[in-house]
Design a protein around this ligand. Structure first.
Ligand SMILES: Cc1cc2nc3c(=O)[nH]c(=O)nc-3n(C[C@H](O)[C@H](O)[C@H](O)COP(=O)(O)OP(=O)(O)OC[C@H]3O[C@@H](n4cnc5c(N)ncnc54)[C@H](O)[C@@H]3O)c2cc1C
Length: 394
């Protein structure tokens, strides 16, 4: 069984791992010239965490990860105005919760399969021709090849989805927020294992101190029309951030001035992907490409890893009858994913409340998280995974 995966983020290498375990020959094509380093930090828990455990990745993930001791919401002078102890998450999730750069998770998965799979770096799929007995795939640089199955794991802007399924504009549901994440070297303020965040109506700036004297900054702002996503160059994006966040209190201006030296700016819309079907003949989608819950859901990587396990497991169980396997993959995953997408869309507003009253209310609610049961009441729906992992004996 010759398989191609487009994208070496989280879903792609996880699917490669399980397809290889199931006996397939795997090729991955990745647009980047090499594994990405640095970048934004993700929270990792739930069924994805269990999959990582089954892959033997937890020792490395925990070694490279961070254990947030406090989420601190501050006022314009940096004084504590709300927030909660990291214990809240750990208690709800039986200590199975860690934060780490997405690139570290990606590298941990990749290292578990490097040598077992072929990787085409610095290339992309530009045409897909589904034939009766295979998928003729054309790349930008590499000569065309035929695969039995092709998987799109290229994230929110997946090229495979756009080639075989739908135009992005027809399946993207924009949540009304823009997000920017960038890392700063030598930032003068540090608070180890504390996630600090300051909000003004419609905009929120946060920071987290990392190893090697790096600090991650995350900016979220309301932009109902999505006009800011038209900024495509690094300079244009920096200009949008200066315009949106300039003059904001707390440390925001300091972060903005250092942004000029940061090269790794992530800048995108917070969007979900809703597709009527995740597969078409011999091509299937996975991770953000299929069902992006939005980065405000905070669980996209875990869901991508869960989907990778289920998709490969169903293929093995159906003895590589892809039509049957793809239908079972979607039947197993879709209700779980749709619940997560719904929760994420409802929860999104709390990242950048529209009014000062909304910010004050949010801060009070988070203070009440010390009372047993209150955090579960407000966040349990987002944290808990109502999903039983099938056992595929892989
Ligand atoms: C700021 C931010 C914070 C987040 N916080 C969290 C969090 O706390 N917890 C969490 O679980 N998730 C979080 N997420 C979401 C999480 O990162 C994604 O859900 C997850 O990475 C999805 O994995 P994926 O493999 O589907 O896509 P991605 O990780 O986006 O990987 C896609 C891969 O495809 C490659 N690619 C793209 N285009 C092409 C092409 N044309 N050809 C070949 N390759 C291509 C990309 O280079 C990339 O390597 C966050 C995301 C962001 C941006």
């Amino acid at each position: 069984m010759r398989t191609l995966i487009s994208g070496l983020g989280v879903a792609g290498p996880a699917l490669a791992y399980w397809l290889h375990r199931a006996g397939a020959e795997v090729t991955i094509v990745e647009r980047a010239p090499q594994l990405r380093r640095g970048g934004y930090v993700i929270d990792f828990w739930g069924t994805g965490y269990t999959i990582a455990e089954r892959m033997g990745l937890l020792p490395r993930i925990n070694e490279r990860g961070y254990f947030v001791n406090e989420v601190r919401l501050v006022d314009g002078d940096g004084r504590r105005a709300g927030g909660f102890s990291g214990e809240v998450f750990r208690r709800s999730l039986n200590n199975r919760f860690v934060s780490l750069p997405r690139s570290e998770l990606s590298a941990a998965i990749y290292d578990a399969i490097a040598g077992d799979v072929n990787v085409i770096w610095d290339d992309t799929v530009i045409a897909i021709d589904q034939q009766a007995d295979g998928v003729r795939t054309t790349f930008e640089r590499t000569p065309a090849q035929t695969f039995d199955l092709v998987f799109g794991a290229g994230g929110l802007h997946s090229p495979v989805r756009q080639l075989c399924f739908a135009r992005e504009a027809d399946v993207e549901s924009y949540l009304g927020f823009m997000v920017a994440a960038f890392s700063l070297g030598g930032y003068p303020h540090r608070d180890e294992d504390v996630y600090l965040s300051y909000g003004e109506p419609g905009r929120q700036a946060s920071r987290f101190s990392m190893r090697d004297d790096r600090t991650l900054s995350l900016f979220v702002w309301r932009d109902e029309s999505g006009q800011d996503s038209a900024a495509k160059t690094l300079e244009a994006r920096r200009a949008v951030l200066r315009q949106r966040f300039g003059g904001m209190r707390w440390e925001t201006d300091e972060m903005l001035s250092l942004l000029e030296t940061s090269e790794d700016l992530y800048f995108d819309r917070a969007s979900q992907i809703h597709l009527p079907a995740w597969s078409k003949d011999r091509v299937a989608l996975i991770g953000d490409a299929a069902f992006c819950p939005s980065l405000l859901a905070g669980e996209g990587s875990g869901l991508a890893m869960t989907a990778a396990y289920v998709l490969a497991g169903e293929l093995k169980r159906a003895n590589w009858d892809h039509a049957q396997a793809f239908a079972n993959y979607e039947r197993t995953m879709r209700p779980f994913i749709e619940k997560k997408q719904k929760a994420a869309a409802q929860f999104a507003g709390s990242f950048a409340p529209r009014t000062q009253l909304g910010i004050t209310l949010r801060n009070w609610v988070t203070k009440a998280f010390v009372i047993p049961g209150v955090a579960d009441l407000f966040m349990g729906f987002a944290l808990k995974d109502d999903f039983t992992l099938p056992d595929y004996a892989m």
